[in-house]
Design a protein around this ligand. Structure first.
Ligand code: A3P
Length: 276
């Protein structure tokens, strides 16, 4: 059928996380030292979170637990206190939905983004393969309609990107560092170096190279297996341009037209090459 199972709260859609946590994440306590990695689902969150944690810990060692443990909307006030600094939380919620302390403390934010067509194919596979949670068995064509309408967990990609305009055009902006998935694939060493500068750490060039190698797709997929659930879905292909294997030409053209229309007033121009 043309729907999938999500939790709806105040008009927003979430995956099946503990409902009390979904209701309360905006009140979670943070410290001035916390960093929050923000991304629409399937844009490279696991990858960049691993890199950011390694940079903050100053060593190229696999983080021995799953990423969702440090996911804002997955947590309760009680578990937050258990995570020792230096901390990197991650989240898929809109900018305005971040915990109010992230705004009040002007927390450092890292925003990861990716070609929305690759995001769409990755999220479609996520929904289809995690059928025990999402109960989606329809076609890509039906699913694409839901994605374009924002009837998926975390809502529409367009609204997600638009929510980030506010941080760049606000009077008291959070410091934000943008990372594009495609740039990280093309030149991980220079992207990791840029991220290190933002995080205020000064790793030697050898460590940066080690982190890039340790977080290379197949290495990271293998190393995370003992610590992360559903690794075959979270680490599916890890390539740029895989959308071409799933979209038809007509779907791609329709997507381009909708994208152009939906983003025409968006002041935040992400450097996404839509037709790769
Ligand atoms: P694909 O489904 O296109 O392979 P997120 O972590 O935000 O859920 O994003 C998941 C996507 O990032 C998946 O995309 C996954 O394979 C890819 N990914 C995960 N780790 C990666 C890595 N180390 N390098 C490149 N891509 C990675």
């Amino acid at each position: 059928g043309c729907s999938l199972t999500v939790i709806e709260l105040d008009g927003k859609f979430y995956p099946a996380f503990p409902v009390d946590n979904l209701k309360n994440y905006r009140t979670l306590p943070l410290t001035d030292d916390d960093v929050i990695l923000c991304a629409y689902p399937k844009s490279g969150t696991h990858w960049l979170w691993e890199v950011a944690m390694m940079l903050r810990q100053g060593k190229a060692e696999t983080i021995p637990f799953k990423k969702s443990l440090q996911m804002v909307e997955f947590n309760s006030i009680a578990n937050m206190a258990e995570y020792p600094p230096p901390r990197v939380f991650n989240t898929h919620v809109l900018y305005e939905d971040l915990p109010s302390e992230a705004h009040a403390r002007r927390s450092r934010l890292v925003l990861v983004y990716r070609n929305p067509k690759d995001v769409a194919v990755s999220l479609y596979n996520h929904h289809r393969k995690l059928s025990q949670y999402y109960e989606y068995e329809g076609t890509f064509a039906d699913w694409l309609e839901m994605f374009l309408d924002g009837r998926v967990d975390y809502g529409s990609w367009f609204d997600y990107v638009k929510s980030w305009e506010k941080v760049f055009y606000s009077d008291a902006p959070n410091p934000v560092h943008l990372i594009k998935y495609e740039d990280m694939k093309e030149n991980p060493v220079s992207e990791i170096k840029r991220l290190a500068e933002f995080l205020g750490v000064t790793p030697d060039p050898e460590l940066i190279k080690k982190i890039a190698d340790k977080c290379e797709f197949s290495k990271m997929a293998e190393d995370k297996k003992p610590h992360q659930e559903h690794t075959e879905i979270m680490f599916r292909k890890g390539v740029v341009g895989d959308w071409k294997n799933t979209f038809t030409v007509a779907q791609s053209e329709a997507f381009d037209a909708i994208l152009k229309e939906r983003m025409k007033d968006c002041k935040l121009k992400l450097q996404v090459r839509y037709t790769l």
